[in-house]
Design a protein around this ligand. Structure first.
Ligand code: AMP
Length: 416
């Protein structure tokens, strides 16, 4: 029996009908991110596993449980990237970019991989559009990034979203708060599952965004990070809020927003769309500041801030309302016995840079014209012996169903 192959669970094909929507998304991203001064970077999809362990955090779900990690043929421990920031930071350090320019504004788009439980809006291969800024510690940069995310969504026509904001304080503040949280949850250890007890030992702050039912009442009474912020982080956070108000960006404070990745410090934010199309996968964008990340990876002491958006979720939202413009060929050449001359004309027009289609299966003129309609061709020409002998043919405008006679020699000029 022949084996039937399917794509792996959680990994989707994007077929031509859908890829038009993706191209539209990527086009808008290039335009809007470019307008904000961001340049594109492209990094490899696989990296040393240790980069993610050190950069994202060994104890995070993303690295600890969900990475596609394997040994290559040389016995190197490598992983498919689960997110883009660690790779961007690695590239920044490797190329000593801070010695070349004081500020770098980068964006990237591409597939990420996480071995997650599949549901709507949650896949094992998914695509992120991310932005990273290196070299600016001021809250204005956090605000600019948030504005960029909103400008992008708005340009796509996605406006029914809300911004949630929190501050995680500096590294010291986080350490102190982590101990406080550990002490608090330790008094409730008996109700925690084994898994939650492990998190309590390794990364107690993560318990604050646990979705487990037993945790809800405990979380409600847990210490609140915003009340324990260090002074400088508090000032940073207040200034960010002031700047957002100035540019009329609405937000709500969410003191439970801790984000799943370890590298965040100070600002953390999420943009959420409450739309039934997304099910529980309602977070479109997550980001924040990670001033200590570069140093942690052996790089210079350069502040950084960024975000990432999930493109599948944007497609889910857009797919319902958007029908990308069909882009058929400019001209369809129907061959009614034109033979080699028709073939040569097709070649000549394409070499000249025109979008021309023909039905290479041949067949009746009627079936060829049907194909021209299906492709959405703008014009059509039927080439038979008579046309080739006289050098004249009828150029049919497929939309208005009108036609006019032209000299084949003038065809290119007319189409242009
Ligand atoms: P994160 O890197 O976890 O902060 O995620 C940033 C954004 O990427 C999320 O807000 C989602 O839009 C998207 N995302 C994360 N994980 C997945 C996934 N498994 N499938 C689809 N999108 C995802």
């Amino acid at each position: 029996m022949k084996q039937k192959f399917c794509s792996l669970r959680g990994m989707r094909d994007i077929l031509p009908g859908e890829s038009a929507l993706w191209q539209q998304l990527e086009g808008v991203a290039r335009e809007v991110f470019g307008r904000f001064g961001f340049e594109e970077i492209r990094t490899p999809i696989v990296e040393e596993t240790a980069l993610f362990e050190r950069g994202v955090g060994e104890d995070t779900e993303v690295v600890g449980k969900e990475m596609y990690q394997f040994l290559d043929k040389g016995g190197r421990d490598i992983s498919l990237r689960p997110e883009g920031t660690a790779s961007a930071a690695r590239a920044y350090i490797e190329h000593a970019v801070h010695q070349k320019e004081p500020v770098s504004k980068w964006f990237y788009t591409g597939p990420m991989f996480r071995y997650e439980r599949m549901k709507t809006g949650r896949y094992r291969q998914f695509h992120q559009l991310g932005a990273e800024v290196f070299g600016i510690a001021e809250p204005k940069q956090d605000a600019e990034l948030i504005e960029l995310a909103f400008a992008f969504l708005k340009k796509l026509g996605i406006e029914n979203v809300r911004l949630e904001l929190n501050s995680l304080g500096d590294a010291d503040c986080r350490r102190r708060f982590s101990e406080k949280t550990r002490a608090y949850f330790s008094t409730h250890r008996h109700v925690l599952t084994e898994e939650l007890q492990k998190t309590l030992e390794r990364n107690p702050i993560r318990l604050l965004d646990s979705k487990e039912e037993v945790m809800a009442p405990l979380i409600a009474a847990a210490p609140v990070l915003l009340e324990h912020l260090d002074e400088a982080s508090l000032e940073h956070f207040e200034e960010l809020q002031r700047l957002l108000r100035l540019s009329a960006v609405e937000f709500t404070l969410n003191p439970r927003l801790v984000r799943g990745l370890d590298y965040y410090a100070r600002t953390a934010f999420e943009i959420v769309a409450d739309d039934a199309l997304l099910g529980t996968a309602s977070t479109l964008c997550g980001g924040g500041r990670y001033d200590g990340l570069l140093e942690q990876l052996g790089g210079p002491c350069v502040p950084a801030v960024g975000f990432a958006m999930g493109l599948e979720r944007l497609c889910l939202l857009l797919g319902a309302n958007t029908q990308p413009e069909p882009r058929g060929p400019l001209l369809f050449l129907a061959d009614a016995g034109g033979g080699d001359e028709a073939w040569k004309l097709l070649s000549r027009l394409r070499k000249g840079g025109l979008a021309v289609e023909a039905d290479l299966r041949g067949g009746s003129v009627k079936s060829q014209l049907k194909r021209a309609h299906k492709l959405g061709a703008q014009y059509c020409i039927v080439l038979g012996e008579a046309e080739l002998q006289t050098g004249r043919a009828k150029l049919k405008d497929m939309r208005s169903s009108t036609e006019r006679e032209i000299a084949l020699e003038e065809l290119e000029g007319i189409l242009r």
